[in-house]
Design a protein around this ligand. Structure first.
Ligand SMILES: Nc1ncnc2c1ncn2[C@@H]1O[C@H](COP(=O)(O)OP(=O)(O)O)[C@@H](O)[C@H]1O
Ligand SMILES: [Mg+2]
Length: 253
């Protein structure tokens, strides 16, 4: 999926969070947005997903050549956008399997048989090293932060998104789980080459597992530097507050 953020200005409760935000992600590319806490990274993910509290004051979000600004969340999701939340929510009274099945059904032309669905979800759960008994528990209720992240990834695998936003994927995940989740995601990306990814993170750790071709540093609500993977390494070395020469980006290992 091609995604273009064009001069986005976003307000939350009358506070301007993003401004002059420009980013182009072509089909199949992996981009990382990096920035310190509170800079507007989660805001960006929610505005792409279409949360009404996050108001686009000006600018546009273009997906495969068309503006999606007027589309509600479920329509954006139908196009193939999937957001793995920084803090996934729990839903009482509905099991994981029910949530994922109804979401898959609402997005596909023909309904999968229950048999096919169960076979696929159990297979995916196994790859994620999840206990398939969890599928019968209420969605995310009583799960740890890391388990919730795995549940979200399972949901993503079942929906087969064309654009995945990972908001602080590694928060809550222990190192073994992070390895499992990233190898499953990398396999998905290998098999679905048209899928684009936006990794949102304040740490570089995740980027060693899912490698972005493009890295952008955000400050005061806008992208102030863009580079390749070496920019992430510079940020790791110098932090966000140090100013470093962008020309170093290409030469730093
Ligand atoms: N729903 C909201 N209501 C009020 N303020 C918000 C809301 N969401 C985000 N903000 C504010 O927007 C700023 C950016 O937040 P956020 O996008 O979560 O940053 P990050 O993900 O980069 O840490 C913060 O000052 C935060 O308090
Ligand atoms: Mg955040």
């Amino acid at each position: 999926m091609d995604i273009e953020l064009k001069n986005l200005k976003v307000k939350v409760e009358d506070k301007e969070i993003l401004q002059n935000f420009n980013l182009k992600i072509h089909q199949g590319e992996i981009h990382a947005i990096m920035g310190p806490n509170g800079v507007g990274k989660s805001t960006l993910s929610k505005v792409i997903m279409g949360y009404p509290d996050y108001k686009v004051v000006s600018g546009d979000i273009i997906v495969d050549g068309k503006s999606i600004l007027n589309l509600p969340i479920n329509e954006r999701s139908k196009l193939g956008i999937f957001l793995v939340y920084q803090n996934p929510i729990a839903i009482e009274g509905v099991t994981m399997r029910e949530v994922i099945k109804s979401s898959v059904d609402s997005k596909s032309e023909e309904k999968k048989s229950l048999y096919e669905f169960v076979k696929e979800i159990v297979g995916n759960a196994k790859e994620l090293e999840m206990d398939s008994k969890n599928l019968h528990r209420d969605f995310n209720v009583g799960f740890s932060g890391g388990e919730r992240k795995k549940n979200e990834i399972l949901w993503a695998l079942m929906l087969k998104p064309k654009f995945i936003i990972l908001d602080e994927l590694d928060s809550g995940l222990d190192v073994d789980s992070l390895k499992i989740v990233s190898s499953v995601l990398n396999k998905y990306l290998e098999e679905n080459k048209e899928t684009s990814v936006l990794i949102i993170t304040h740490y570089t750790r995740i980027l060693d597992y899912i490698k972005p071709g493009f890295v952008h540093m955000v400050k005061n609500g806008e992208i102030i530097k863009s580079g390749d993977f070496s920019l992430a390494k510079l940020i790791e070395k110098f932090g966000y507050n140090q100013t470093f020469d962008i020309n170093e980006v290409e030469t730093c290992e």
